[in-house]
Design a protein around this ligand. Structure first.
Ligand code: Q46
Ligand code: ZN
Ligand code: ZN
Length: 318
């Protein structure tokens, strides 16, 4: 990548060019810009208070480690939660990155193993349910993150979703006019019966920026993509948005940020309708509209299924 000339702020040599800001930055002023964008998101949408006890969903990838690092730097109290998905080497290596980061900063990392505590892993769950792995995986992670936050008294659950993630999901939901999903696609979902407050502080930063944050800060993150992301439509939507962004820098940010500002308020009624009273799961006590929640049903099916060797479903990856 050709990085032209000088930092916009100090005129020292630049380390990164950011076309959407029409500027280049040195390491110090790039970090400053990232802190400013996260602070702006937190203030603009009242995402977090300094009193919050924060639980960060940590995968070992760039976004979750960057958001944890940024929140600590900005003076918040935040622990991490890592869920072991049992996706072969990928999970082993991602756990190593999460642990190494926590150790390096003396932070508390909670670990939950799907296989150890619930008797299944994601490859087996995908086979047992005959659905794409991301479906069982997303359901498992959502349930376990929510449960850990509620059970352990955290007041906010933070995820590392960045601008590229949110814009790609927004594009997918818009292409299908998924109104109920659109209504929920916000940087803040307040707590409600049985669910913690859910917060996405990185939505003003692109994935290139979160990766650069980690590189400049010396954070060793897992670069490999999950080998089970087969058929994940978000990747296609990200590529489409990148093509638009290359032609017209700033499009991605205006697509998502203007949605939040102008469109989401018009959908607020749908969000309220969605909030009909929920019952509690007969098995685990989590909020659900049925008798037994989707996670408990998944555990029953997946833990009874014969374990699937990871190699079979990861296209020959080691
Ligand atoms: S870990 Fe799980 Fe992702 Fe892998 S199986 Fe899909 S959802 S792609 S963030
Ligand atoms: Zn500078
Ligand atoms: Zn349940």
């Amino acid at each position: 990548m050709h990085v032209p000339s000088k930092c916009r702020v100090c005129r020292e040599p630049a380390i990164i060019d950011l076309p959407r800001h029409n500027a280049n930055f040195c390491a110090e002023h790039f970090l400053e810009l990232c802190r400013r964008q996260v602070t702006k998101a937190i203030e603009q949408w009242k995402l977090l208070d300094h009193d919050d006890r924060i639980l960060v969903a940590v995968s070992g990838g760039k976004d979750s480690l960057a958001v944890w690092d940024l929140l600590i730097e900005l003076g918040y109290r935040a622990d991490g939660l890592y869920v072991g998905l049992g996706i072969g080497d990928y999970s082993d290596v991602s756990a190593d990155h999460a642990r190494a980061f926590a150790r390096s900063r003396d932070l508390h990392l909670i670990e939950i193993s799907l296989r150890g505590e619930y008797g299944y892993d994601i490859p087996t769950a995908a086979k047992a349910t005959r659905r794409v792995p991301c479906s069982a995986c997303g359901l498992s992670k959502r349930h376990l993150f929510d449960k850990a936050a509620i059970d352990r008294g955290y007041t906010a659950l933070v995820t590392g979703h960045n601008l590229d993630d949110e814009a790609a999901v927004l594009l997918g939901n818009t292409l299908r006019w998924e109104i109920d999903y659109l209504a929920r696609q916000l940087p803040l979902l307040p707590a409600r019966d049985g669910f913690p407050k859910k917060v996405k502080p990185l939505v003003r930063l692109t994935e290139r920026e979160t990766a650069a944050w980690c590189v400049v800060r010396g954070i060793d993150y897992l670069v490999d993509e999950c080998p089970m992301a087969v058929g994940n439509k978000h990747l296609h939507h990200k590529a489409t948005l990148n093509a638009i962004e290359a032609e017209s820098p700033g499009s991605k940010a205006s697509f998502y940020l203007n949605f939040v500002e102008r469109m989401a308020p018009l959908l607020a009624g749908r969000l309220a309708d969605d909030r009909e009273a929920l019952g509690t799961c007969a098995e685990c006590g989590a909020p659900t509209s049925g008798e037994v929640c989707a996670f408990c049903r998944l555990v029953t099916v997946a833990s009874a299924h014969e374990r699937v060797p990871v190699e079979l479903v990861t296209r020959g990856r080691r």
